[in-house]
Design a protein. Sequence first.
Length: 432
Amino acid sequence: MIQELSIENFLSFRDKVEFSFEATKDNAFEDYQVVEVAPNVRLLRFAIIFGANASGKSNVLKAFDFLKDFWFEAHESVDEETGVIPFLLDRDTPQQPSKFQLKFWVNGIRYWYLLSLNDKFVENETLYYYKQNSHQPTKLFERTFVDGQSTIKFNSSAVKISNVALEELTLKCLPNVSFFVARNQVNISLPIIDAARDWMRDKVLPYIGPTTELFEYAGRRIFDDTSLKDYLLSFIHRADFNISEILSEKSEEKLPNGIAKLFLESEDDSIPMSIKDHIRETGSLPRLKTRFQHSVSNKRGSETYVLPTSLQSEGTQRTIGIEAAIFEAIKLQAFLTIDEIESSLHPDLVEYIIEQFLKTQDKSQLLVTTHYDPLLNTVDDLLRKDSIWFTEKDHSGNSNLYSLVEFSGLNKLSSYQRSYRNGKFGALPNIR
């Protein structure tokens, strides 16, 4: 589970900010929204960020997504950029490194990951862990940039590695990639490091934005996983979508030779290699058709009709896509980010999606952003105070990130939404 992320000189965050899933001593919704990962370490399963347009709330989510991509994205050439984007509204910051620190827990072990890099190379990458009952971190490895190349040093008291393996790791650790890219290319056993690596790979799910195409993903998963289909049918039935069945079937579309060649020669990363292999073997493009059975009551009684995806509303499609992603997060006990969760959805449905997630008792975590401030009125009824965050951009273009619990006198407020609208918490558009 994620405990804390700090960001500095990344996108709209010039100055260092910290986001945290650490719970306060508040015992509201303790059984479902708080997980005790170690004695006296209590982490939240959910957090939500409010803020004006362009205030930086999406960039918090993009920081997590950048790390996920960077950890495992290989480059063929040292000339390729790392992909990091520093704060650009300043003369100095583009020449300075972007910095990230992530604290997370894996199987009761706390890790601390630090990364400092620019668009050309990694300046420093370090991983620590905490031994049981110890408050002092133990370094596992440190990777630095010396004389134009990456140098990796392991803590010999914590990690055993041969000189041959170290030399191979160093050779494969290009200046513009993560240590974990190199580690995945070397056949060695590094148990304490690999536990963190596996968590990074499997437990941090891709970022979901307002325009992310989720429905096709959901259709593929429904076809392969009957438990997901049952989960979605239960959800949409309770949410009163009038859908009684989801029907999925695969078909083959024969491709003309010229079109097949275009697919096979395409460098588009969104076309999976499995699809290319299928086209190469069969000359056909696999298609998945998803249709929905609707139950209605009319003068003739109860009837059912099957409608194609194209006749389902954007809200229906996005709901199914979001719920498929949430199902995956719960199934994997993973971390998921959803930007502008209210996009194309009715406000009551947004609350219901959050409520259903929070009723699950596990170690999955969900971080969302929203413009829908009536959710603030669910504090103490649905949401905890420490799960509420705000972003606000100052006159220099720098984004600030802060928590609701930083404000005093919260127990005296009759309406959190009204207080927010009246400017008590900031994070409002500056409309003149």
